[in-house]
Design a protein around this ligand. Sequence first.
Ligand code: MRU
Length: 368
Amino acid sequence: MKVDGKDLRPIWIDRDLKTVKIIDQRLLPHELVIRDVKTADGIIEAIQTMQVRGAPLIGVTGAYGMYLAALNHPGEFIKNDYIARECERIKSARPTAVNLAWAADRVLDKILAVEHTRDRVDAARNEAGDITEEEADNCKKIGEHGLGLIQAISRAKEGRTVNILTHCNAGWLACIEWGTATAPIYMAYEKGIDIHVWVDETRPLNQGARLTAWELGKYGVHHTVIIDNASGYLMQQGMVDMVIVGSDRTTCTGDVANKIGTYHKALAAHDNDIPFYAAMPSSTIDWELKDGIKEIPIEQRDPDEIRYVQGLYQGEITSVLVPPADSPAMNIAFDVTPARLVTGIITERGVCRASAADIKKLFPEKMI
Ligand code: MRU
């Protein structure tokens, strides 16, 4: 996507084919820093510390981790047990986004399908590249399908501003291009539809206030940052026309895991008769799970992410302590919104209701 007139993605491979370049998302919006990653360990660290984050991007990063593991193999050959172990290590970097396991396994399969070490390295690089382009394309299609939903609301409102609420960052920074939740928003903006986005700040790491606001601002989309707790009030006041969020893992029955707090948005939307959509590529759908609340692993992160808040002070990025120094904190990173509260899911193959039967109609070959 364009940033200050230049095309930018959150990840790419350098011309030397030995270095993966990433935007360090921890420093946005105040600093745009590109980092070099040269090893699978570096990839795992980048995922765990959330230099890269967001389900589709975590998947693509894991795929490049497999490439770097293949490239930097010890000894003369890439042994099957070595590369399978590296795959497991990469997959365990973060638990909730299913895209990570999906992408790492895809690269592993391609590596194991050929014999010679040089072919294995090439296969890994090609597959990581294919996954990257597919995800970019999937997000574009999500945008095209989701656009119709925004157009319908705009028509019903006779061209008055469509107010869309989103949570966390499900933008191009979390994907490759377009984003998932933001893709229909960018497409609507391109079509000249009058839109305005309520951006939940998304405590504790403020992906909304830091990243979504930055993305939308760079694109020129009219938006307002709100505290996470404001959305219920705005919905009651008729100031929200629809909610669109992303997802880190969605069951094949339509339960949606996403950033903590998403469930509250869905409850408030349900109470106020506001459509609540989750946008995701099929790489985010877990075809094996049926009960998201019981089965989706929910990451717990370092409580210090809650205790300290990061921001810009006198030109420097700095952190400050909020609660009493000895108060414990608990940092649950995701929650699950049950399918009954989800109006629909927006995928690269179209929009459908969040139910096993309707998801099956879009992806008949995936359902077991
Ligand atoms: O902890 P994060 O920042 O990786 O969580 C990201 C989200 O919850 C996003 O909303 C989700 O991955 C959808 S991304 C297109």
